[in-house]
Design a binder for this molecule. Sequence first.
Ligand code: HEM
Length: 142
Amino acid sequence: MPLNPHPLIVHFPIALLLTSVALSWAGRIWKHNNFERASWYTLLLGLAGAVFAVISGLLAARSVPLDSPALATLSTHRLLGIATVVVFGLLTLCTWRNKGVYSPGKRVLHTLIQIIGVALIVGVGLFGGELVYTFGIGVMTP
Ligand code: HEM
């Protein structure tokens, strides 16, 4: 079995992107700039992690047999993974352009993108777990 870094990488974007959104919401409740700053840096790191997760995931997927019963789950997982990068990429762009100052309309849009991003990252993790723990993808059988 070739060396597969996907399981090593994936936990970083999951933790960092969820933390980034939580810090952003904490900043809105407690109105402290440090939360916004911490949210920004965790967002950048999480996005970088998600890009690496997609690259390593696409490589890992090449070793899944074409007749595997896991193919439907794999394609949903792949779609959610790519969508995660697109949505958090958009969030990064919005945050950078607005420099943390939002009109009420933009604030709602920003929050909506965050909620969609959280749903995607939870979904991608659940489907990824299913690939391993239900279908045994990437697991070496004795
Ligand atoms: C944001 C992007 C992604 C995240 C966060 C992510 C997350 C995960 C997680 C949590 C697992 C279970 C690993 C474990 O429990 O140790 C997994 C497995 C897997 N993922 Fe992803 N994934 C992403 C993108 C992708 C993409 C784009 C593909 C391409 C099809 C992919 C293919 C796989 C495969 C084949 C497995 C089975 C285990 C393996 O071979 O590594 N993933 N993923």
